[in-house]
Design a protein around this ligand. Structure first.
Ligand SMILES: NC(=O)c1ccc[n+]([C@@H]2O[C@H](COP(=O)([O-])OP(=O)(O)OC[C@H]3O[C@@H](n4cnc5c(N)ncnc54)[C@H](OP(=O)(O)O)[C@@H]3O)[C@@H](O)[C@H]2O)c1
Length: 257
């Protein structure tokens, strides 16, 4: 990355979808990406040991239990990975900052699922009323990140164009989802940028079907109710984001570059 104050980066969840895109992007230099085994975020001792043995100026926190169905079936695992894991990291960051007398930039990857996802066009000040267990655990994670001084919480949704799993997608569920590579660029910008707080990052309103059809023309259209009938947990109707703040920051960043 081209920034000057942020140099060494700790990346959690480096083996995951987003983590892999971050590592292969070439936008970030000097990244340490411990495996789950090397630093288990659910275990305070593991996090503290890793923090004691390694130094860095910034954290990009991608580690999570991100599969919605698994969070529904095993909420205790979701609490551990998403809520407790982020609490452990936040506490370790605070201790390290105190010891070094220097702040650590913390970029946290959150989700559009902290919103109710019914009416759409949510802005950062709207109520956060998650519609599923995953969203609640991610909201809990956000609470811990808010205790830091130099943090940026990114609420988003992304997909990997090389891993479009299903053969049919709904035409009547909408979001602001973007490709993982686009999100990686936003993370690079927000890591460098001094913005502190919560920010929605996404693209234009798109149905799941339209988002994937462009990349996998064989996809068939279906309705949200068809998918909803097959699962026991609630699915989002409209998760679109108001990204006015992000567009403003991105524009300013481009003009400065
Ligand atoms: N995917 C989406 O559409 C989406 C949308 C919005 C936000 N997000 C958020 O974006 C972030 C990245 O998502 P993703 O799709 O890249 O997730 P992913 O592919 O499921 O990867 C999750 C990563 O977290 C690691 N991890 C899980 N538990 C851990 C633990 N206890 N200690 C250390 N590492 C652990 C995993 O390592 P192992 O595989 O080795 O366990 C893996 O590297 C997450 O915070 C997610 O909530 C995702």
């Amino acid at each position: 990355m081209g920034g000057n104050s942020v140099v060494r980066i700790l990346l959690t969840g480096g083996s995951g979808t987003l983590g892999r895109h971050i590592l292969k992007s070439g936008l970030f230099k000097n990244v340490t990406a411990p495996s789950h085994h090397q630093m288990d975020v659910t275990k305070q001792e593991s996090v503290e040991m890793f923090f004691a043995e390694n130094d860095f100026d910034a954290v990009i926190h991608c580690a999570a239990l991100a599969r919605v169905s698994e969070c529904e079936q095993q909420p205790e695992k979701a609490i551990a990975a998403n809520a407790t894991g982020t609490c452990n990291l936040a506490a370790a960051v605070i201790k390290k900052e105190r010891k070094r007398n220097k702040s650590i930039r913390f970029v946290h990857i959150s989700t559009d699922a902290v919103y109710e996802c019914t009416k759409g066009n949510y802005n950062e000040g709207d109520a956060t009323i998650p519609y599923n267990k995953y969203g609640w655990t991610k909201l809990c994670a956000e609470a811990a990140v808010n205790l830091l001084t130099n943090f940026c919480i990114i609420r988003t949704r992304f997909f990997d164009p090389e891993n479009i799993k299903y053969d049919s997608y709904a035409t009547d569920t909408h979001s602001s989802q973007i490709q993982a590579s686009e999100l990686v660029k936003a993370i690079a910008t927000l890591l460098e940028n001094g913005f502190v707080g919560v920010i929605n990052v996404g693209g234009e309103k798109v149905s799941d079907y339209d988002a994937y059809k462009r990349l996998k023309p064989s996809i068939k259209p279906c309705k949200l109710k068809d998918i909803q009938a097959k699962v026991s947990f609630k699915l989002p109707e409209d998760a679109t984001l108001d990204t006015t703040l992000w567009k403003k920051i991105e524009k300013r960043h481009r003009e400065k570059a």
